[in-house]
Ligand binder design. Structure first.
Ligand code: NAP
Ligand code: GDD
Length: 331
């Protein structure tokens, strides 16, 4: 008798949690999402957007709540996406970021180990590691073997979670993998991140609802892909015979200026400089200047490749925000 694959996803209210839940439901999984807080404001949106998803209450900083979620869900696969994920916020909340984004991983690994008991093959584990761990990069492009040199409390916490995942794999023989994911975006991206901040502002400027857009460092470069592609890579990592770590990226890098070029051009505005202001509050105490990943290992071992180009990604986000802003403004 085959048992139905069952996933427990933390970070279910976030961008990746939503795409991953949709993907796994489409593959016939039973899917549980861990949701925190006594009255999470995103609960209603998540329930409406992902019918068939089951929510369990818990917080990754609270091991007993996580254990209860395991007991309810009885997962065969665990995806730990829950984190404080906004790099700028992590300097102002460094201790909290360490607890959630760092120690939260330890709680999830420990819960997985305790739940599996003597049968380590009972459950597979995915950790959402990050290209932010490369920070002040020591190699171009960045690979699985590149030295980690984080440049933010968030990056430091992710390095802790990354090595703890490797440690549990090596110590207990757990099927625990880390995806070192480079930036990935979508119409569901939080508005605090630069891509969505730009696409929302561009469409509001186009519709006459906003006059200017304030930004920080326009010279930073990122390897941006589409979130829908990246959750497919997470799933593929857990279908392998042996757990491992993988860089997931497009292999291309673009500056914030290029992002502005493409986003404004999509709404037929050529001279974006007149709308964009540099505001020092958006500069970071330490910047990650350049990220570009080499996804060769994921291509070879997982058969994974990105399907959405940078231009198409920006167009997708601008088009979605234009429709949303029109609706909100009653236009
Ligand atoms: P996101 O949209 O910011 O979502 C973060 C999720 O974590 C939210 O569901 C949030 O829940 C949850 N969370 C926060 N604190 C929690 C806690 N104490 N207990 C349980 N859940 C908690 O992030 P994302 O873009 O989907 O990214 C998913 C994961 O991948 C994160 O770990 C992120 O650091 C990592 N990552 C993202 C990227 C990227 O470019 N998107 C790249 C590399 C790695 P609430 O809604 O309740 O706050
Ligand atoms: N958010 C933001 N807002 N970023 C700005 C702004 C602004 O007004 N102006 C310039 N930037 C620059 C930042 O300084 C950074 O160099 C770049 O835009 C990207 O910033 P974010 O979109 O906030 O993303 P991030 O690269 O710091 O972090 C994201 O990617 C990581 C993977 O590399 C997050 O999703 C992290 O959770 C993820 O791990």
């Amino acid at each position: 008798m085959t048992t139905r694959p069952t996933a427990l996803i933390t970070g279910i209210t976030g961008q990746d949690g939503l795409y991953l839940a949709e993907l796994l439901l489409s593959k016939g999984y039973e899917v549980f999402g861990l949701i925190r807080g006594q009255n999470n404001p995103k609960r209603e949106y998540v329930e409406r957007t992902i019918p068939g998803l089951k929510l369990v209450t818990g917080d990754i900083t609270d091991l007993s709540s996580v254990m209860r979620a395991f007991h309810t869900a009885q997962p065969t696969e665990v995806y730990n996406l829950g984190a404080i994920s906004f790099v700028a916020y992590s300097w102002e909340n460094a201790h909290l970021t360490s607890q959630v984004t760092g120690l939260g991983v330890l709680n999830m690994l420990e819960a997985t180990r305790l739940y599996a008991g003597n049968d380590v093959g009972k459950v597979r584990f995915y950790q959402a590691s990050s290209s932010e761990m490369f920070g002040k990069v020591h190699e171009v492009p960045q690979r699985e073997t590149t030295l980690l040199w984080p440049r933010s409390p968030y990056g430091v916490a992710k390095v802790y979670g990354h090595y703890m995942t490797i440690n549990y794999r090596e110590s207990y023989g757990m099927h625990a993998s880390s995806g070192i994911l480079f930036n990935h975006e979508s119409p569901r991206r939080g508005p605090e991140f630069v891509t969505r901040k730009v696409t929302q502002a561009v469409t509001r400027i186009k519709l006459g609802l906003q006059e200017k857009l304030s930004l920080g460092n326009l010279d930073a470069k990122r390897d941006w892909g589409f979130a829908g592609d990246y959750v497919e890579a997470m799933w593929r990592m857990l279908q392998t015979d042996e757990a491992d770590d993988y860089v997931i990226s497009t292999g291309e890098t673009h500056s914030i200026r290029e992002l502005l070029d493409i986003a404004f051009a999509r709404v037929d505005i050529a001279d974006w400089e007149q709308y964009v202001y540099i505001d020092p509050q958006f500069f970071r105490p330490a910047e990650v200047d350049l990220l570009i990943g080499d996804p060769a290992k994921a291509k070879e071992k997982l058969g994974w490749s990105p399907t959405v180009s940078f231009t198409d990604l920006v167009h997708m986000m601008v088009d979605s925000d234009l429709a949303e802003q029109r609706t909100l403004a009653g236009l």
